[in-house]
Each structure stands twice: as structure tokens, then as C-alpha cells.
Design a protein around this ligand. Structure first.
Ligand SMILES: [Zn+2]
Length: 411
């Protein structure tokens, strides 16, 4: 790339990042949609098959119903019809265990559950739903939105189990839509739509649309009034709103969108900067990629086209949070590029207790990346903070483009 081309690219990039905090483009929803929306209803209430599903079917809107097998049995033919018309059936446990602070749940309190019992019951629920409806649930909704079993020192999280058994696990009474780049699909936020008018929900939809998010609405009964009820008038107005292409909403069941998010994230993982904890990779390396680093400073930029961070001032740095599997010395490799004119500046790599310093050697050009050992560093077991920055002041120019720091244990 010629320097004037690079300059134009930098300007474009500056204009782009100045639009918001995030250094990432809006999430690539299908067909250029602005946001995703899922409607979900819990407990297989009788009003769902009687009123809610016929209304949604009128508009061709597909929703997710988190059901208990026993409740499905009471109205089996209607639930079979719901499946046939394209609605998703999710697992909502066998007996709806919740905290024993709900008196009705005291005989099946999560505080008195174990992970083993929960796993057994969730498998039972899956099997029964498969027998009743001929489907295999891909998604789960935590009863009462609660994600634990046990109490006190015996408390354990249900999230790893749900993560293994399902593509997504939805919460309840959450306060924000899901960020498709970031969200843990096993802890998908579910926002309440019960008791709300369309006008009350509209600001939430507009904000999710502005931020390219995935809004998952959660409710129970579907009728004109009552407790824990999603109002039919709201559902009608909402269905009309989402069916207007001008609003750019992708509405689909949770499992459909979760699958899309998962695949898309894997496909674009090496071209978006989403700072996250670095854990050891399957081949035993700690890969401190530009995608996982947090750029700090006045002018540091993640450049997706180069899969690298670009440095423009001496005050810029990148920080990585790293979970180190064992105490010891690690060999450090650096992958970078730099033009011959800008090469030769001093860089520093800092861990909590040690530092490596070196000179940015020539790589050939900004377009040619090179990977070389830059020394050894001691890291302690557990959490470490690793920082890369300039080791000298400079007024003009650039330090380097940094693609990756790779750490490999040597002793
Ligand atoms: Zn429920």
C-alpha cells in the first residue's frame, strides 16, 4: 500500500471509530438487518395455544416456547400444530425448580439441587419433548432466571452444564439486550414483555436497533389482561412493526439466531477486536492476538484489514488479561510489520514482575509481517496483565503494526 493510500485508509478508519466507543463494525445480521429480535414465552400456558400462537401465525412471526413436558401433554395436539407452523420448542426443565424463597418451589428448591440431579432432569425433559413433539430442544430458559444450584459454599453454577447441553440458555428480568459479538449464549439476557404496551417496548427496540443488538423478549400468558401476561394488543402492534421491512428487524426463534451468531462469530473472529481474557490454546500457547487486546491511548487503532494494532503515538499501549496455566519462564514471539523509515524504535513488553525491551527491527514494509523471538519472560500462575508499549518518546510517525505476541512455556 502506498503511503497516500494508507493515509486515506487511516482517515476513513478515524471517521469510523469516532462514531462510537466500539472499534468494531455493527454485527453483520443477515440481509443488512439492523437488529435481531426473538419472542419467547415460558411454561406452556394454556393461553399460548389458545390465543398467542394463532395471533403470531396470522403475521407469520415465529417464536420460542419454553415448555414443561407435563404442560405440553395437557394440550398435545395444539402444541404439535405449533411445531408444524414453525415455532421453536425449548426446554424449561421437568418440574420448574426455583429458589426456595418462592414458597411454591420449596419442595424442589434450587438450593437443595445438585448439578447431577439437574443434568438428569434436563435430559429427561429433552427425551419427553422428543417423544411428544418429535423435536430436540436446542435452547433452555432458566426457571425464574436462576442459574445456580446449592447454597453457601456448596453453590455451583448451572451455566457450564447449560453451555454443554444447549446452544443457548435464556435468563429472565434482565436489563439489557444481548451484544451479539460478546454475549455468552448460555447466559442470554431475557427482557420482560409481560404487562407492557407496545409504546413501552418501542424505546427498547429502537435502542437495540441503533446498537445492532439482539433483543430477546420474554413473557408468559398471552391474553388481554392478567398477571404475567403478554398483551395481545402489544403482540399485534409489535408483529406489524417487525413485518415492516423499513424497520430492519430480523425476527426469529432463539435457536435460529443463536446458531447464526455462533457461526458468524467463528467466521469473523480474526477480524474484530473484542478484548477478552486470553486462555491457553489447544496447542499449549498463550496467543495474545490484536483481536483480544485492549487498546489504550490517544490514537491506537485496531485495523481489521491487517488483523493488527497500529501505533501512532508513544502514549499508546495494548493490555491483555491473561490466565496463565502454570508458573514459569515463557518464550516470547512477536509478529509485526513496519516500514524501513519507521523501524528502529524501542518497544517494551511488561508482565507484573518483569519487562522485555527491544528494538523494532525492519520487517520489509507495512504489508510484510514478520515473526521472531524477542526474549523470555516470567509469568506467575493465574491472572497476569501483559502490556506492550513504546519504550521511547517520539513526536511523529509510528512505532509498528502489532499482530500477535505468542507465549510458550520453556521451563
Ligand atoms: Zn417459568
Amino acid at each position: 500500500m502506498k503511503s497516500n493510500q494508507l493515509f486515506i485508509l487511516m482517515l476513513l478508519f478515524l471517521a469510523f471509530v469516532n462514531q462510537g466507543l466500539a472499534q468494531t463494525a455493527p454485527f453483520p445480521w443477515p440481509e443488512g438487518k439492523k437488529m435481531a429480535l426473538s419472542l419467547s414465552f415460558d411454561d406452556a400456558r394454556a393461553s399460548n395455544t389458545a390465543l398467542g400462537i394463532p395471533l403470531l401465525d396470522e403475521y407469520g412471526v415465529k417464536a420460542t416456547f419454553f415448555v414443561l413436558p407435563a404442560a405440553v401433554q395437557r394440550d398435545l395436539e395444539a402444541w404439535k400444530k405449533a411445531v408444524a407452523s414453525g415455532h421453536e420448542i425449548g426446554n424449561h426443565s421437568i418440574s420448574h425448580p426455583c429458589s426456595g424463597n418462592f414458597i411454591w418451589a420449596r419442595n424442589r428448591a434450587l438450593e437443595d439441587y445438585t448439578l447431577d440431579r439437574m443434568q438428569h432432569e434436563l435430559m429427561q425433559a429433552n427425551e419427553q419433548l422428543s417423544e411428544l413433539l418429535g423435536i430436540n430442544p436446542l435452547v433452555y430458559a432458566y426457571p425464574c432466571g436462576q442459574t445456580f444450584v446449592g447454597k453457601g459454599v456448596h453453590t455451583q453454577s448451572l451455566v457450564p452444564l447449560i453451555s454443554e447441553m444447549f446452544i443457548a440458555g435464556r435468563g429472565w428480568m434482565d436489563e439489557a439486550p444481548a451484544d451479539p459479538y460478546y454475549v455468552d449464549l448460555a447466559q442470554l439476557t431475557g427482557m420482560e414483555m409481560d404487562g407492557k404496551s407496545f409504546n413501552e417496548l418501542l424505546p427498547l427496540i429502537e435502542s437495540a436497533s441503533k446498537n445492532g443488538q439482539w433483543l430477546v423478549l420474554a413473557g408468559h400468558d398471552t391474553q388481554d389482561s392478567g398477571n404475567q401476561t403478554t398483551y395481545l394488543t402489544m403482540l399485534r402492534e409489535l408483529s406489524e412493526y417487525v413485518n415492516d421491512p423499513a424497520n430492519g428487524i430480523w425476527i426469529a426463534p432463539i435457536g435460529t439466531i443463536a446458531q447464526y451468531v455462533k457461526e458468524k462469530r467463528e467466521a469473523i473472529a480474526d477480524t474484530v477486536n473484542i478484548p477478552e481474557l486470553v486462555r491457553i490454546s489447544p496447542n499449549g500457547q498463550l496467543r495474545l492476538t490484536a483481536e483480544k487486546g485492549r487498546g489504550i491511548g490517544p490514537d491506537i487503532k485496531y485495523m481489521p484489514e491487517w488483523k493488527a494494532f497500529g501505533w501512532f503515538t508513544a502514549k499508546d499501549s495494548i493490555v491483555w488479561d491473561v490466565e496463565v496455566p502454570s508458573d514459569g519462564k515463557y518464550e516470547v514471539q512477536m509478529e509485526w510489520s513496519v516500514s524501513d523509515q519507521e523501524s528502529g524504535k524501542v518497544f517494551v513488553l511488561l508482565s507484573d514482575h518483569e519487562r522485555i525491551s527491544g528494538v523494532v527491527e525492519k520487517s520489509g514494509s507495512w504489508e510484510t509481517f514478520k515473526k521472531e523471538s524477542i526474549g523470555k519472560i516470567h509469568l506467575k500462575k493465574g491472572y497476569n496483565r501483559v502490556v506492550f508499549k513504546s519504550g521511547q518518546e517520539f513526536e511523529k510517525g509510528a512505532l509498528l503494526d502489532l499482530r500477535e505476541i505468542t507465549l510458550e512455556k520453556i521451563e
